[in-house]
Design a protein around this ligand. Structure first.
Ligand SMILES: Nc1nc2c(c(=O)[nH]1)N[C@H]1C(S)=C(S)[C@@H](COP(=O)(O)OP(=O)(O)OC[C@H]3O[C@@H](n4cnc5c(=O)[nH]c(N)nc54)[C@H](O)[C@@H]3O)O[C@H]1N2
Ligand SMILES: Nc1nc2c(c(=O)[nH]1)N[C@H]1C(S)=C(S)[C@@H](COP(=O)(O)OP(=O)(O)OC[C@H]3O[C@@H](n4cnc5c(=O)[nH]c(N)nc54)[C@H](O)[C@@H]3O)O[C@H]1N2
Ligand code: SF4
Ligand SMILES: [Mo]
Length: 738
C-alpha cells in the first residue's frame, strides 16, 4: 500500500525572501513544491529555486555520512569516528599554539539555518579565537558598520516599507533577481508593480540596465564605485536648495551641521563627471526625495562591495534622515523582530553602541568588526609564518575558495593547514581541502525559524517550520554537531554527554542574564532542548512574547507551532528613539570615522575613469556558488557569460559568443562574451560563484558546465579600509579576444 501524501510547510532556505513553501510528500518522496498560499508573509509566492529543494534533497552528491581524509582520499566514517578524529587532530594544535591558531569561517547558508545561527556563537565562545571570518566581509559589513555607528547596533538596518511607499530609489541592488537582501521582501515584482499602480515611482541606479531597472520608471547608469559622489551630490543639493526636513526626528538627530559642511564641496556640477550622472539628474533626485512623502533610498551589494562601501552605505541613510524618510511610513523603517534582535533588548533608546577595532589582523592589520576579521585576510593569516599563524580552520557552510577574491591563494593556503574541518553538504572547491567533513542535514529534515531575516522583514511576523521528514539513521542536527565540537574544545571529550552540556551552557547564560530566575526559566523551557529551546526563550522574552506568563496571549514556540503558515505581527511601526542603542541616545548622523574617510573621496574626485572595469551579477537560477549541482537549475543556456557593451566589443574586437581573456595584473580568466547593450560602456559584468572545474570535488552536475570564477581575477588586498570589506566591484581590467 502506498502511503498517503501529506503536505509539509517549510520556509524556503535559499534566499532572504524566506518564502513559505507547501511541500507535498509521499513517504520520503517529494511530490510537489508550491508557494504556501496561506503563508501570512509570502502569500504563495515562490521562485524557480524553491522547486530545487527536491533536487537538493535527492542529490546523490549531497553528503549523508562524515568523511575523513586518509592518505589524500576521503573515506566514509561514522559520526563517532569523525568526532574522535577532530579531537585527536584539533586539540594538540590548541594546546601547542593557543586558541588563535584555530580560525573559523561561516558562509552564507548559516544565516538560513536556525541550528547554526543559534549554536555557532557558543562554539566561538568555547574556542576564544580572534580568527573569525565569514561571508559578511565579502558582503554587508559596510552596511553593518554604518548602521552600527548611526543607530548603535550592528543589525539595526532600516528597510523600505514598500507597501506604503510612493518613491523608491534603488542603488546597486537587483531585487527582481536576488529577491532582496537586508530587506526580506518576497515577491518584489508584485510589490513594485503595486507601488507603480498606485502612482508611485521607482528609479534604479546601476552600471547595468538590470531586470529591476527594466521594471522601474527610470534607470541611470553609474560608474562602478562612484556612488559616494552621487550621494554627496544629493546631500549637497538638499542643503543648497534648503530642503532638509528632519520632521519628527529633529530632536533625535546629532551631527546635521557636520554633514552639511562635509558635503559642501560636492555640488552636483562637480561630481557629475566622476559618477557619470548629470548634475540636473542628481538635483532632480534630491528634489524628488525631499518633496515626496513616503519615499525611500535603498542600497545593497553594489554599494557595499566597493572601495567606498561604508561611506556609500552611510550616505544612503543620511539622505533618508535628511529627507524625513527614516522611520516614516512608506519610507525606511526598522523592523521589530519577534526574537533575537539586539535593538529589542536592553534599555530602549540608548545603549553601549558598537565597538570595533578591538584588535587587528596579524598580517595586514585590518580592524576587527563585530568580532570578525576580513575574509580576504584569511589566506595570508594561514600562509604567513610567525607567531599567531593560523594552523587549523573550521568552515561552516562556506565556500571561500570560490566566494572570496584570489581563491587560488586561499586554496594553496588550505593545503598548508595542519587540520581543517568543514561542516558542509558537499565535497566542493573548499571542503575538498578538509581533513574531516561533517555533513549538514537536508532542509527538509530540520526545524527552522528565521533568526536573521525576521530582523530585515518589510512586515513583522513570526513563522516556524517543523521538520518535514525525520532525519535518517544517526544523522545529528547541526546544533548537535556544534555541541560535540564545543565538548571537544572544552576538553570534555568527543563522547561527552551533550544534553548535559547543553543544559549547563544555557543555565550559565541565564544566570548571567536573569540571575536568581535562572532555575525557574530552565524549568519553564523544559522539556525543549537544543535550538528549539533557545527559540522558545527568544520568543517568550521577545517584544511580543508571553514573558513566561505575564502576557499570556504573547508568543512562544508553542504559539508559532500552532500556526503553520505563520503569525502576522503587522506592518512596521515608528521605532525612533526606542530602537536606538547609541550612547547618546541620538541618531549619529556624522560619526567621526566616516567624516575622516571622506579625505579619500576628496583625493579621488578628479580620478579619470579606467578604460574598462568589471562588476558582478546574480542570476535567478543560481545562489552564490552552491546550487549549480541541482539539475532543475543547472539546465538551460550557458549563463556564466561576460556582458560587454557593443561599443566596447567593437573597439576591443570581441564577438558575441566568442572567447576572450580578461586580465587584472598577473591574473587572467577565459570567458565567453555576450555583447549586451544593457551594460554601461566601459563596464563588463560576470556572475560570481562559478568555476567548478577544480580537481577533487564531488559535484557531478556542476562540473559538467563549470563556468569561470570571477574571484580568480580579483585582488584579495583591495578592501574598504573602514570595514575591511572586499572590493568586488569596479576593478580595472583589460580584455582581448582569446
Ligand atoms: N565576486 C563576487 N564574489 C562574491 C559576491 C559577489 O557579489 N561578487 N557575493 C558575496 C556574497 S554576498 C556572499 S554572501 C558570499 C557567499 O560566500 P559563501 O557563503 O562562502 O558561498 P556559498 O556559495 O553561499 O557557499 C555555501 C556553502 O554552504 C554549503 N551549504 C549549503 N547548505 C548547507 C547546509 O544546510 N549546511 C551546511 N553545513 N552547509 C551548507 C554549500 O555546499 C557551500 O559550500 O559570496 C560572496 N562572493
Ligand atoms: N538568485 C539569486 N539570489 C540571490 C543570490 C544569488 O546568488 N542568486 N545571492 C544572495 C546574496 S548572498 C545576496 S548578498 C543578495 C544580494 O542582493 P542584491 O544586492 O540585490 O544583488 P545583486 O544582483 O548582486 O545586485 C547588485 C547590483 O549592483 C550593481 N553594481 C555593481 N557595482 C556597482 C556600483 O559600484 N554601484 C552601483 N550603484 N551598482 C553596482 C550590479 O550591477 C547589480 O545589479 O542576493 C541574494 N539572493
Ligand atoms: S525567492 Fe528566495 S525564498 Fe522565495 S522561493 Fe525563491 S529562493 Fe526561496
Ligand atoms: Mo550575500
Amino acid at each position: 500500500m502506498t502511503e498517503p501524501a501529506i503536505v509539509a510547510r517549510r520556509i524556503c532556505p535559499f534566499c532572504e525572501a524566506s518564502c513559505g513553501l507547501s511541500i507535498e510528500l509521499q513517504g520520503k518522496q517529494v511530490l510537489r513544491i508550491r508557494g504556501d498560499d496561506d503563508d501570512i508573509f509570502s502569500a504563495g509566492f515562490l521562485c524557480p529555486k524553491a522547486v530545487a529543494l527536491k533536487d537538493l534533497h535527492d542529490d546523490g552528491d549531497r553528503l549523508r555520512t562524515p568523511l575523513i581524509k586518509r592518505d589524500g582520499h576521503f573515506v566514509a566514517a561514522t559520526w563517532a569516528e569523525a568526532y574522535a578524529e577532530i579531537e585527536r587532530r584539533l586539540l594538540p594544535i590548541i594546546a601547542r599554539d593557543g586558541p588563535h591558531a584555530v580560525a573559523t569561517m561561516l558562509g552564507n547558508p548559516v544565516s538560513h539555518k536556525m541550528s547554526l545561527m543559534l549554536y555557532f556563537p557558543r562554539l566561538a565562545k568555547a574556542l576564544g579565537t580572534r580568527n573569525m571570518y565569514s561571508a559578511s566581509s565579502v558582503d554587508q559589513v559596510p552596511k553593518m558598520l554604518a548602521v552600527g555607528l548611526m543607530y548603535g547596533s550592528w543589525l539595526s538596518v532600516p528597510v523600505p516599507d514598500i507597501e506604503r511607499s510612493r518613491f523608491l530609489l534603488i542603488i546597486g541592488a537587483n531585487p527582481m533577481v536576488s529577491n532582496g537582501s537586508l530587506w526580506t521582501v518576497p515577491d518584489f515584482r508584485g510589490k513594485a508593480r503595486a507601488l507603480r499602480a498606485r502612482g508611485g515611482k521607482i528609479v534604479v541606479i546601476d552600471p547595468r540596465r538590470t531586470e529591476t531597472a527594466e521594471a522601474a520608471d527610470r534607470h541611470l547608469f553609474i560608474r562602478p564605485g562612484a556612488d559616494v559622489f552621487l550621494l554627496l551630490g544629493i546631500v549637497h543639493t538638499l542643503f543648497d536648495e534648503d530642503c532638509v526636513k528632519l520632521g519628527r526626528l529633529a530632536p533625535h538627530v546629532d551631527g546635521v551641521d557636520a554633514v552639511r559642511a562635509a558635503a559642501r564641496a560636492y555640488a552636483p556640477e562637480r561630481v557629475a563627471a566622476r559618477c557619470g550622472i548629470a548634475a540636473a539628474d542628481i538635483r532632480e533626485l534630491a528634489r524628488t526625495l525631499a518633496t515626496t512623502e513616503h519615499a525611500a533610498v535603498y542600497g545593497r551589494i553594489g554599494t557595499c562591495t566597493q572601495q567606498y562601501g561604508t561611506l556609500a552605505s552611510w550616505l544612503i541613510d543620511v539622505i533618508n534622515v535628511l529627507t524625513g524618510h527614516l522611520d516614516e511610513e512608506g519610507g525606511m523603517m526598522f523592523p521589530k523582530a519577534a526574537a533575537f534582535a539586539a535593538n529589542t533588548r536592553g534599555k530602549p533608546g540608548s545603549g553601549r553602541g558598537i565597538v570595533s577595532g578591538r584588535y587587528r589582523s596579524r598580517v595586514s592589520g585590518a580592524p576587527e568588526i563585530s568580532g570578525e576579521l576580513p575574509l580576504t585576510c584569511l589566506a595570508e593569516e594561514i600562509d604567513t609564518p610567525g607567531p599567531g599563524q593560523v594552523k587549523a580552520l573550521i568552515t561552516i557552510a562556506g565556500n571561500p575558495v570560490l566566494s572570496a577574491p584570489n581563491g587560488a591563494r586561499l586554496a594553496a593556503a588550505l593545503d598548508g593547514l595542519e587540520f581543517m574541518l568543514s561542516m558542509d553538504i558537499y565535497v566542493n572547491e573548499t571542503s575538498r581541502h578538509a581533513d574531516v567533513i561533517l555533513p549538514g542535514v537536508s532542509p527538509l529534515e530540520d526545524a527552522h525559524y528565521d533568526v536573521s531575516f525576521t530582523q530585515f522583514s518589510h512586515r513583522n511576523h513570526a513563522r516556524y517550520s517543523a521538520p518535514a521528514l525525520p532525519r535518517s539513521d544517526d544523522q545529528p542536527d547541526e546544533w548537535e554537531s556544534l555541541l560535540r565540537l564545543i565538548a571537544i574544545v572544552k576538553g570534555l571529550g568527543a563522547d561527552a554527554d551533550i544534553a548535559a552540556l547543553d543544559d549547563a551552557l544555557l543555565r550559565d547564560e541565564l544566570e548571567k542574564s536573569a540571575g536568581p530566575l535562572a532555575d525557574q526559566l530552565m524549568a519553564a523551557l523544559s522539556p525543549l532542548r537544543g535550538a528549539e529551546r533557545l527559540l522558545d526563550l527568544g520568543l517568550r522574552s521577545g517584544p511580543y512574547g508571553d514573558q513566561f506568563g505575564s502576557q499570556p496571549d504573547g508568543l512562544s514556540l508553542a504559539a508559532i507551532r500552532a500556526a503553520p503558515s505563520g503569525i502576522d505581527l503587522g506592518p512596521m511601526t515608528a521605532r525612533i528613539p526606542e530602537a536606538l542603542r547609541t550612547p547618546s541616545g541620538k541618531i549619529e548622523l556624522a560619526p567621526a570615522a566616516l567624516l575622516d574617510d571622506l579625505a579619500r573621496v576628496a583625493a579621488d574626485l578628479a580620478a579619470p575613469a579606467p578604460d574598462l572595469v568589471i562588476i558582478g551579477r546574480r542570476q535567478l537560477r543560481s545562489n552564490n556558488s552552491w546550487m549549480h549541482n541541482l539539475p532543475v537549475l543547472a539546465k538551460g543556456a550557458y549563463r556564466c557569460t561576460a556582458l560587454v557593451h557593443p561599443d566596447d566589443a567593437d573597439r576591443l574586437g570581441l564577438a558575441d559568443g566568442g572567447r576572450a581573456t580578461i586580465r587584472n595584473g598577473p591574473r587572467a580568466i577565459a570567458v565567453q562574451v555576450e555583447v549586451c547593450s544593457d551594460m554601461m560602456p566601459g563596464v563588463v559584468s560576470l556572475p560570481h560563484g562559478w568555476g567548478h572545474d577544480l580537481p577533487g570535488t564531488r559535484l557531478g552536475v556542476a562540473a559538467a558546465r563549470p563556468g569561470v570564477n570571477l574571484n580568480a581575477l580579483l585582488d584579495e588586498n583591495l578592501r574598504d579600509p573602514l570595514s575591511g570589506n572586499a572590493v568586488l566591484s569596479g576593478v580595472a581590467i583589460t580584455m582581448a579576444p582569446a
